[in-house]
Write a protein that binds this ligand. Sequence first.
Ligand code: HEM
Length: 464
Amino acid sequence: QRPRNFPPGPRLFPLFGNLLQLSLANPMKDFERLSKQYGKVFSFFIGSKPAVVLTGVESIKEALVNKAGDFSGRPLDLLISHVTENKGVILANYGPSWKDHRRFALMTLRNFGLGKQSMEQRILGEVSHITTCLEKSVAMQLVMFFVLAYPQTLFHKAGSNIIYSFLVSLISMFTENAKIANGPWAMIYDTFPMLRCLPLPFRRAFRNTDILKKMANNMISEHKKTRTPGEPRDFIDCYLDELEKRGDDGSFHESQLVMYILDLHFAGTDTTSNTLLTAFLYLSTHPDVQERCQQEIDEVLQDNKCPSFEDRHKMPYVQAVIHESQRVGDIVPLRVFHSTVTDTELMGYNIPKGTLVIPNLSSALKQENQWKFPHEFNPSNFLDDQGQFVKPEAFVPFSVGPRMCLGEGLARMELFLILVCLLQRFKFVWPEDAGEPDYTPVFGVTMSPRPYKISVKLRNNKLN
Ligand code: HEM
């Protein structure tokens, strides 16, 4: 039974709650239907576990910003919570240890050059690998001066190398864990605690994590052997320095560092690369938008000089295209789930402690009264009448409140520098034989465009 004055929702069934009424493969359409029927704050049950879905920017901000102290917890009894033991930062519950670790990561990112030269240099270094790779392919096709590239692997490599030049080496079991966490076996695990000890496919997520943890542990041992205390080379060295400084104060611990390494890799790879994949899908199928970006880039970066992150202020149209790609790409639509840390109230409803809270970021990014063109790719969504860049309130791809993405600054820098460098040098064309582009994304913990091929041509400018 729903608790008293709990947000409304569909009728409950014994044992399953509302599980059988939702598409486990992609519940987005169900959430849209349910919010039309029950309002901006509605509920459903995963077995006997209550969950509340927040629709639209108003309810998301009311909970995650105005009532941040109540709504910033993480669920403690789901497959992902057990796999990660709620360690690290992404799935750590709201409390002093999470706060300490979050502050530490932000500070370390800043010291390692967010907004400073070195992080910018790392990103530009990665871009030069992408351009070399594309140039080689173009050169091999001299006759046509055209190349078909698979941007999927290019951007994923760049994304993970950038975060890993900050952390070190890389792994692919994350993808499998993300699939498991997002699939029916996770739902079964979350719904029926009595099945958790059985050797069912969800156990694979634990096995994968054990292997990943071993790799992270090896990195830590390697760092311990080669580090000079007080002269950190990367994030791991910084954490080890901090650990020494604090002693065992209970919050900083090697087991936290292990999960932290995995967290930053997971959060920093798929997100930025899928955004770039979305941007290049739209740029190649909207040549007018691409040409306008290139015109702006050429005007600002005269003599084809290398871009810096500061140049974004002089490129309102490019900024609008990047933000619009994030908006339509809708890369993290529902995850990461929140949870209430105390009994509370939201928009007139009672929400008990421990309720799963799902901010539907997607609903804000496509909210009808918030955007000039909510359902189409149109950079004008981010431009005022004078063509200046503006960011509407409903632009929340990084979420809002104290749990909002801590890599936003890094992600912004990556998106801008990679996109500008590539558009400066290449023209991206939707291949003639590729048929109509399919913009429907593949649903997952992070959303990605369907795999596509793209033609790449060297631009006819001084750079080439
Ligand atoms: C376009 C790229 C990215 C998008 C769209 C994105 C989006 C998000 C979202 C929606 C959340 C959940 C916030 C919430 O719980 O309310 C999140 C959390 C997080 N992100 Fe990102 N992210 C991106 C890139 C990155 C990068 C590059 C890093 C690496 C430093 C990163 C690290 C994190 C971490 C550590 C959290 C957990 C924060 C916490 O729980 O306190 N993200 N991100």
